[in-house]
Each structure stands twice: as C-alpha cells, then as structure tokens.
Write a protein that binds this ligand. Structure first.
Ligand SMILES: Nc1ncnc2c1ncn2[C@@H]1O[C@H](COP(=O)(O)OP(=O)(O)OP(=O)(O)O)[C@@H](O)[C@H]1O
Ligand SMILES: [Mg+2]
Length: 492
C-alpha cells in the first residue's frame, strides 16, 4: 500500500495533482483570509460610524437641555429626569448599548444607566479627558466580560462646555458575524477546493492516460525485448500528445528496421562463422587422417615387395596398426565432439575424482615449480558422470593450463555448489588468451600450438562431453594474466 502511494506520488500524474491541490488550497485560503480581514474592517468601521451618529444625535439633544437649564427654562431636577428618561429610552431602542453616562463640566455624574453611579465623581479617565479636549474620542475595552467600544463626546457649543456624554456599545454581535463569516468562507474554500481537485484529478487522469500507455508500451518492449509485438492503434490527436505518439511510432519503426537489419547481419555472420568452422573441421580431419593414411599406404607398398624379412614385415604391420589406431582415436574424438558416442554414467564424488586426476599432475607441476591450490567444497553430493569421458575433459583443461604456464605460477582448482549445479573452476596464471582468439578455442582443430604439439580437438571434444552431461563450459581469460575454465554440471 505504502509502496503504491510512493509510486503514485512520484508519477507525473501524482506530482501534478499534489502541486495543483497545494496551490489551489493555499491561494484560495490566503485570498479568503484577505477578504475576510477586509470585510471585518468594513464591519467595524460601519459599527463605529453608527456609534458616532448615535452619540452625535444624543449630544445635540442633551446639549439643548443644558442650554434650557442655563436659560432657566428647566430646573436642575427636570434636567436630570429628562436625562434618565433619555438614557432608558436609548438603551431600550438599541440593545447593543451597554451603558450611558452623562457628566457635568466638573466631572460629577448627572445621569447613568446604572443608578448607583448617580451623584458620584466620574472615575473614568476617558470621559474626564473629553472635558478638556472638547473632542469626540473612541476607546475599546471590556464591559462585564463583553468587548465594547466606548465613545466619549463633549456637550458643548463652541468653547462653552456643559459636560460630556459617554456611551458603551457592545461589539459582541459584529465579532460573532465576523466569526461566522470566517467559518462560511473556510467551508466555501474547502468545498470549491474539493470540486476543483476532483476536476483536476479527472483531467490529469485523462491527459496522462495516453502518456502512461506509451510508457507501459516502452516498458513492455524493455522487459520482453520484443520489438515486433503489435500494439493497438492510437487515437488520432492533434495536440502535443498526438505528436509524441507519432514520434514514438516513428522511433519504434526505426528500431524495428534496425533490429531486423541487425538480426540479418548476425545471421549472415553466423553462416560465415559456420562455414569457417566446417572448413577448419574438414581440413583438420583431412590433415589428421591424411598423415597416418600416407604412412599406411607407404607401409603397404613396402609390404608388397617380395623379399622382406620377418622382422621388417612385423615393423611395417606394427606401423600400419599404429596409423589405424591414430585414425580410430581421431574418429572417436570427433564422435565425442558431435555428441554421438555412448555415455555410461555412474554416481561419482567429483572432489575424489578430480583429486585422483591431479595426482598425475604432481610431477609435471613440481618440475615447472607450479603451485597447485586445492579449494574444494566439502558438501558436494555424488553426480552422474561418465568417468572416462569426464577424465578426458579435465585432463585436457589441466594439460592446457600447464602448457600455458612457464616456470612458476599457480593452478587453482575450486569446486562449489551453485543453483543446482556443481561448478568446477580450473584457473591458471599462464599466458592467457587474446580476445580475438577467445571465440575460436572451442572450434575443432583450432590450435595455437606448434605442429605436433596439439591437434586442437581438446576443447571442442570437452565441450561436446560436458554438453552430453547436460552441463556448460565457460572461459574467462585475460592475455598475460591467466585463464579460468568453469564447468557447470547438473546435480541430479
Ligand atoms: N589454459 C589456457 N591458456 C592459454 N590458452 C589456452 C588455454 N587453454 C586453451 N587455450 C587455447 O585454446 C586452444 C585450443 O585448445 P585445445 O585444448 O582445444 O587444443 P590444443 O590444446 O591446442 O590441442 P589438443 O588439446 O588437441 O592437444 C589452444 O591451442 C590454446 O591456444
Ligand atoms: Mg588441449
């Protein structure tokens, strides 16, 4: 599950959806917050304006009453009664008003929504300050656990001041409106983000589908390596994806052509190689059989002569026999090479088997001061092999190794179990094999040795025998460093 999520996140589609969602969410949220804060400010400004209008109207009414009092048209008690009546009326009309206080020019409270305050000196600095500044001012504070805006305004006409009026209006309501506006906006943002995301996801899927298809087609070619597989036709598109599809098809066609061309060349090369091998085989057979045959013919010619003594006759018959034996051996080897000869398999402990063969090499190895390193794994079960034939294989590889090394050097024999196969590697530190020679060493009659030293049948016969046993033979060699032959035989 986590793996699939990771894969999706790193896909083109996943990256696009994630970046788009992030942008939509962040930008719409930031935009909404900016709008909310602006709207909040407007709400507040509107509220303050309303408070100012209210205080201004009240100021005019109350100042009039003060003037009447000064002119003797109303006595002090009437003024106070009027103020009380006015305050009660005002508070009833507007529930946002939390208190109203009217003070005289000395700071004594003439009227107050809280009757207990009446007649006391006003302790509120904001109201007292208004008596000297003669200007309206606004401060914010809390009144009985509610946020309020306090507006203090002088009751004056020009420089004649009778006192001040202070009104406290609760901002709880607008605060609540701003909060619900915020909630509403966040919900709207979430809702539209979800819709946009759904549309983007569908769009991304639709847009990326052809690209994913192209990519899976390329993946298919990469995994199966089959350029010839047929793909369903693309829908004709006029956009960039259409161009990409066309380029892909063009590229695929080019690759197919190049691949066919390559296969043809390899086939021709293979044919040429085969012809070369057959030529080498034919001339090898001819050469190897011709030599003893010429000898045999010569012996026969001599035998035909009448006056031969018995010992000469015996010598000639022996020579004819030797020649025939040589031819027989070559024919037998060719049969092994072509895997036509019969094998008699018995269970054999491969370590013991190789150790017995190695005894034969102790003397020639010590003569050349070659160190033999035995690194045989102890847990190899018996495997089914034809001992005689397999002896031929190891003898040839060991002889080759000894021949490749001058004085000194190391011959390393290693046996291991590997993936159901018994692996036997024989490494030498000899002259190595040049890269241009390496592909030919398993060809019959291929030899780099001097005439009479090697027939060039050793490795080709060994390969045939190993393959007869269901195994494989490989070689790793670096010219001037050494060669290692690896034989893998199945453990049945
Ligand atoms: N261990 C080795 N180091 C270097 N070259 C090698 C080694 N083994 C094989 N070769 C090369 O591979 C050639 C073919 O080997 P192969 O055993 O088939 O024939 P040969 O040894 O030349 O003759 P034969 O085995 O018939 O006597 C050799 O002539 C030699 O050039
Ligand atoms: Mg050989």
């Amino acid at each position: 599950m986590m793996e699939r999520l990771r894969k999706w996140m790193f896909s083109l589609q996943g990256k696009f959806i994630l970046v788009a969602s992030f942008c939509i969410f962040v930008f719409t949220l930031t935009g909404s917050l900016i709008i909310i804060s602006r709207e909040g400010k407007l709400y507040r400004q509107d509220f303050i304006n309303q408070a100012k209008v209210l205080s201004e109207i009240s100021r005019l009414m109350l100042t009039n009453v003060m003037v009447y009092n000064d002119l003797g048209m109303m006595d002090k008690q009437d003024v106070i009664d009027y103020f009380d009546y006015y305050i009660v009326n005002l508070m009833e009309q507007d529930k946002r008003i939390k208190y109203v206080a009217v003070i005289d020019d000395k700071g004594n409270i003439l009227a107050h929504s809280n009757i207990a305050e009446f007649g006391h000196f006003c302790k509120d600095e904001h109201a007292i300050k208004t008596l000297s500044t003669l200007s309206t001012s606004i401060v914010e504070s809390r009144f009985k656990d509610e946020p309020v805006i306090n507006i203090a305004t002088p009751l004056n006409i020009s420089t004649k001041n009778w006192g001040a009026l202070r009104i406290g209006l609760s901002t709880k309501e607008i605060q609540e409106s701003i909060n619900s506006l915020k909630k509403e906006r966040v919900l709207i943002v979430l809702f539209f983000s979800a819709i946009s995301l759904t549309i983007i996801s569908i769009g991304a899927k639709v847009l990326s589908r052809p690209v994913i298809r192209l990519s899976s087609m390329m993946d298919g070619i990469k995994t199966h390596g089959d350029l010839e597989q047929q793909f369903p036709a693309f829908k004709d598109r006029r956009d960039e994806i259409g161009e990409l599809q066309k380029s892909f098809l063009w590229m695929l066609q080019r690759l197919r052509d190049a691949d066919r061309e390559h296969k043809k060349t390899v086939e021709i090369l293979g044919q040429t190689e085969k012809m070369v091998s057959i030529g080498r085989l034919a001339s090898g057979v001819a050469h190897e059989i011709n030599n003893p045959l010429s000898g045999i013919t010569l012996c026969f010619k001599n035998l035909m002569e009448a006056d031969l003594d018995d010992s000469t006759k015996d010598r000639l018959v022996q020579a004819v026999n030797d020649g025939l034996q040589k031819i027989k051996k070559i024919v037998e080897q060719l049969l092994d090479f072509s895997r036509m000869s019969v094998t008699e398999k018995t269970p054999v402990g491969i370590n013991d088997f190789i150790s017995r063969l190695l005894v034969l090499f102790n003397y020639p190895a010590s003569k050349k001061e070659i160190k033999v390193v035995n690194d045989m794994s102890g847990n190899i079960p018996k495997i089914l092999i034809d001992e005689n034939k397999m002896a031929q294989v190891f003898m040839n590889i060991l002889i080759n190794a000894l021949q490749a090394m001058d004085m000194g050097g190391t011959l390393t024999i290693r046996t291991r179990i590997d993936n159901g196969f018994c692996t036997i590697s024989i490494g030498d530190t000899g002259i190595g094999i040049a890269p241009d020679v390496l592909p030919n060493i398993f060809d019959p009659f291929f030899t780099t040795k001097d005439v009479g030293e090697g027939t060039g049948l050793g490795l080709s016969v060994s390969k045939g025998i190993v393959e007869q046993h269901g195994g494989i033979i490989e070689v790793e060699s670096t010219a001037g460093v050494g060669t290692t032959f690896i034989i893998k035989l199945p453990i049945t």
